[in-house]
Ligand binder design. Structure first.
Ligand code: BGC
Length: 284
């Protein structure tokens, strides 16, 4: 299979899905939004009426194309540089968002990466990088979002004071050999998300997570790009197709909108049934 290629045309088509504009008047930040799942989320949030901020740390050209296409389709988008694991860069990004859009209503904390290795070969640098981006980055961005929601106070555009959607993974549940750093970061994220939801929901800040399975993006290209790899991957997916970023973008819109107003501290698994552990269908 191939990577989904979004265009100005697909961006215009998406608008038809969101004719009721559930996020109108709200501002959404998606971290790591210049490719993969982050791009899917930011395009759907924009089509759903949010003014969006496309965060990137590398490849500003890709971020610019996304911003231009959203603006040309009648949406509203800006871009903001920050390494989510760098506190001062995250603070600067939030200042820029206040400057460009006045405030923030929705954080999709999506930025994440893999540095896979057998335990004996895994370097401290590989361990630290994965923890810094996948876990520390969630803390730094969520903290700034909570502070901004409190500073700004409730507004008429949503029943919640603010929303946070953490991008986790099926590997917050499924152990993953040769990926101990990644699985540990997502397992940690699960309890970070739940604990934060418990802490801030009395203030009407809703914190939830999405746990994607195998979604075809650059992060896992070797798992689906040849027919042999895809066939082997599909053995883990009862629904018998690899996911695409739109599958996640739709859930990000729902979790950010008042349609999910009573959803707090939940993880939505979007994995074609990966977490049903398909290998047990013929064993056990
Ligand atoms: C990983 C992908 C992997 C998927 C299912 C995701 O969290 O980033 O590389 O294909 O989980 O194993």
């Amino acid at each position: 299979m191939q990577l989904i290629q979004y265009t100005l045309e697909t961006q215009k088509e998406l608008l038809a899905e969101y004719s009721h504009q559930p996020l109108k008047g709200q501002v959404a930040l998606v971290t790591g939004a210049n490719s993969g799942i982050g791009e899917g989320c930011v395009r759907h949030l924009a089509a759903a009426g949010a003014a969006v901020v496309v965060n990137y740390v590398a490849d500003p050209e890709a971020a610019q194309v996304i911003v231009d296409q959203i603006n040309q389709s009648g949406g509203q988008a800006t871009m903001a540089f920050a390494d989510v694991s760098n506190e001062s860069q995250v603070k600067t990004m939030f200042d820029q968002i206040r400057n460009d859009h006045g405030t923030l209503d929705i954080l999709v904390a999506n930025a994440g990466l893999q540095r896979d290795a057998f335990i004996g070969d895994m370097t401290l640098a590989q361990w630290d990088l994965v923890m810094n981006v996948n876990l520390k980055g969630q803390f730094l961005c969520a903290k700034e979002a909570v502070l901004e929601y409190r500073r700004r106070g409730i507004r008429s555009t949503s029943r919640a004071l603010g929303k946070i959607v953490c991008m986790s993974s099926v590997h917050q549940l499924i152990p993953w050999a040769k990926h101990t750093n990644y699985a540990a970061s997502k397992g940690g994220l699960m309890l970070f998300m739940q604990s934060l939801a418990q802490e801030v929901s009395p203030e009407k800040i809703r914190v939830n997570a999405i746990a994607p399975g195998a979604i075809a993006t650059p992060i896992n290209h070797q798992a689906w790009e040849t027919p042999e790899a895809e066939a082997s991957l599909l053995k883990l997916i009862p629904y018998d197709r690899v996911g695409i970023p739109d599958d996640i973008g739709r859930a990000a819109v729902w979790l950010s909108s008042d349609a999910s107003d009573y959803v707090v501290g939940s993880t939505i698994f979007i994995d074609g049934g990966m977490c049903t552990f398909e290998s047990f269908s013929t064993g056990g």
